[in-house]
Design a protein around this ligand. Structure first.
Ligand SMILES: Cc1cc2nc3c(=O)[nH]c(=O)nc-3n(C[C@H](O)[C@H](O)[C@H](O)COP(=O)(O)OP(=O)(O)OC[C@H]3O[C@@H](n4cnc5c(N)ncnc54)[C@H](O)[C@@H]3O)c2cc1C
Length: 240
């Protein structure tokens, strides 16, 4: 690497997860292991499952949530679980602080809205749907230390009648930036918890644009994604 390097690893103020009312803050130096061991409401289950799947224990001990987002890999495991939490990122520079939704921060393969002089200081979840059931599944060519072929996160809230009051679903590794599935989210509202998987149609995944590469063909990624979406929804719909 050429040019100056800023080492932020000693800024302990940026490490850890805090809560202020319904507002959660994940400091920039919070590692995946920190996320895994935090006591969090059920809507974070997908993020905690993703934490367990990032690389290996050694990577989870060093790798941060912020680094995963700034890296902006299409296969970043942290992105779908944070998209379903409607996460925002806090960016700080000598000229000020700004907060933007994660879905706007990530703009392409390895591309973000972060300006060169900005540090991502925190990931914020302003309105966590605390009681939502949430799940994450990742498919790779093997169990550990693997780049995703597809991964899916969901957060589903239920009314007193056990029917869906709101659903959020995101798929990663099947487009330059992980995508929510708004058509499916809309069609699931009012569905019984026991029929969520069966509601998924091929057309609901039309937002995705998977590529052929050494890990999988586009057709396989599409099929695998549909299967993962169904399974994740079945997990969310299972009796607590
Ligand atoms: C062997 C191996 C396996 C891996 N497996 C996975 C995997 O399964 N899933 C997965 O998603 N990722 C994986 N990764 C990628 C990576 O380890 C994770 O994405 C990790 O979360 C990145 O965090 P980091 O703190 O190491 O970021 P770094 O690698 O240190 O940083 C990534 C980029 O973001 C910038 N950056 C970091 N933090 C900030 C900040 N706060 N503000 C501004 N810019 C910042 C850095 O300058 C750099 O350009 C793997 C990596 C390795 C080496």
């Amino acid at each position: 690497m050429r040019g100056p390097v800023v080492d932020i690893s000693g800024l302990n103020e940026l490490r850890g997860m805090t809560r202020d009312g319904s507002h959660f803050r994940i400091g920039a130096l919070t590692t995946w292991t920190d996320v895994l061991h935090a006591r969090l409401p059920s809507c974070f289950d997908a993020l905690q499952s993703a934490a367990r799947e990032v690389g290996s224990v050694q990577i989870q001990n060093r790798g941060t949530v912020a680094g995963n987002l700034c890296n902006a890999s299409p296969a970043a495991d942290g992105v779908p679980p944070l998209l379903v939490l409607d996460a925002e990122v806090e960016l700080l520079s000598h000229t000020g602080r700004r907060q933007i939704p994660l879905r706007e921060f990530l703009v392409g393969n390895r591309k973000t809205m972060r300006r060169p002089d900005e540090l991502l200081t925190a990931v914020l979840i302003p309105n966590a749907p605390e009681n939502a059931r949430s799940a994450f599944l990742k498919l790779g060519a093997r169990r550990y230390l693997v780049i995703s072929i597809s991964m899916v996160a969901a957060a589903v809230s239920f009314g007193k009648d056990d029917r869906v009051s709101s659903a959020r679903i995101a798929v990663g590794a099947c487009s330059e930036v992980a995508r929510r599935l708004p058509g499916l989210e809309h069609d699931l509202v009012g569905a019984s918890r026991f029929e969520l998987g069966r509601r998924v149609m091929v057309g609901h995944l039309a937002e995705l644009s998977p590529i052929d590469d050494v890990r999988a063909t586009a057709a396989f990624r599409m099929d695998a994604s549909r299967c993962l979406v169904q399974r994740v929804l079945e997990i969310c719909g299972a009796e607590p």
